[in-house]
Design a protein around this ligand. Structure first.
Ligand code: ATP
Length: 320
């Protein structure tokens, strides 16, 4: 394979730039020409294709966001859109593609591989950690660390004023950001889409913690359950403690990637190019039990995400 393309798609995630760098440099190592496609599948249809050199990816390993920019593109779900995308690839002689994104982006990658014969490799780039086949997705670690920084600051002021903080983090269907940031910040309670909650039980737990001498409480709520404002309103109606909502919002998508995400980016990007160099496509790369793996891309997105109930119970046991 002599020419490969690369795009980022769906929501941005810290570490995408480090992955772009790894793909470009690995491609050049194997003697390939590498083309960046701007604005995800939308850019593929609009022929936003730029040659990537060794120096095009200098000084980006530490940057959040994605230099190739990203987009959501409904047209990619239509036959006409897919044909347009393939035409652009043909025009530039691009024989293989790396797609960095979430499960939606992977479905587009699968279509290009299976229906149009363009070997495509998926790199899981999403802060949500909502893909079962990989232990971690690119950007999750940084997003959780950003949440931790904010929760630490909230704890200071909540303790000073003896308040209850309701912190909304991202995660529509997957509670992993809430789970990990809750455990690592010492939050008393997490509320996730995977586990039903009972407001009276939460009130009781707050009261018990106060009886034990606590001066503040942190409740981390995943956005898929309820917004912070609404949750705080419902809680405030049931308690005399002062409740304050905070929505972390888009801050958790940005920022310089952590060591963990840069390491994932380097390994995922390199593995993707190694596969293409062997002429292999239709695979998703990931990490399992600390080993870089690859598997059939559609099998990867079809696996139902499981929630780590043991970690959830751990939080219940240690955050009193
Ligand atoms: P995130 O996890 O951040 O939401 P994602 O990759 O899952 O990332 P989506 O918006 O679901 O984000 O998908 C990104 C893009 O992938 C879509 O805008 C569309 O262009 C393409 N895509 C999604 N589903 C399909 C599909 N079934 N067939 C072809 N292309 C698809």
């Amino acid at each position: 394979m002599k020419r490969i393309g690369l795009l980022t798609s769906g929501g941005d995630a810290p570490g995408m730039n480090a992955a772009i760098r790894a793909v470009v440099r690995s491609g050049i190592y194997f003697g390939m020409e590498v083309f960046g496609i701007e604005r995800g599948y939308a850019g593929l249809m609009d022929d936003n294709v730029i040659p990537m050199e060794m120096r095009s990816v200098s000084n980006i390993v530490q940057c959040g966001g994605t230099r190739l920019r990203t987009a959501r593109c409904l047209e990619m779900m239509t036959k006409e859109g897919q044909e347009k995308a393939v035409k652009t690839l043909e025009k530039h002689g691009i024989e293989g593609l790396v797609v960095i994104g979430g499960d939606g982006s992977f479905r587009g990658a699968k279509t290009l591989s299976e229906d149009y014969g363009v070997p495509t490799i998926g790199i899981p780039g999403t802060i949500d950690n909502d893909l079962e086949y990989t232990d971690y997705t690119l950007g999750f670690d940084t997003a959780v660390n950003t949440c931790l920084d904010i929760i630490n600051k909230l704890r200071d002021t909540m303790t000073s004023h003896e308040r209850v903080s309701v912190v909304e983090v991202m995660g529509r269907r997957c509670g992993d950001i809430a789970l990990y940031s809750g455990i690592a910040s010492g939050a008393e309670i997490i509320v996730v889409p995977e586990v039903a909650f009972d407001m009276q039980d939460i009130v009781d737990r707050i009261n018990r913690s106060r009886e034990r001498g606590k001066h503040s409480n942190i409740i981390v709520v995943a956005e898929g359950v309820m917004g912070a404002d609404e949750f705080a309103k419902q809680l405030q109606a049931n308690t005399t403690h002062s409740v304050r909502p905070t929505c972390i919002g888009h801050v958790q998508r940005g920022g310089s990637p952590t060591m963990a995400d840069r390491m994932l980016a380097a390994q995922f990007g390199n593995k993707a190019v190694r596969l293409l160099n062997e002429g292999i496509g239709n695979r998703a790369v990931g990490i399992r039990d600390n080993k870089i793996i690859d598997m059939d891309i559609i099998e990867a997105v079809s696996m139902k995400k499981t929630f780590n109930y043991e970690l959830y119970e751990t939080l219940q046991m240690i955050s009193m």
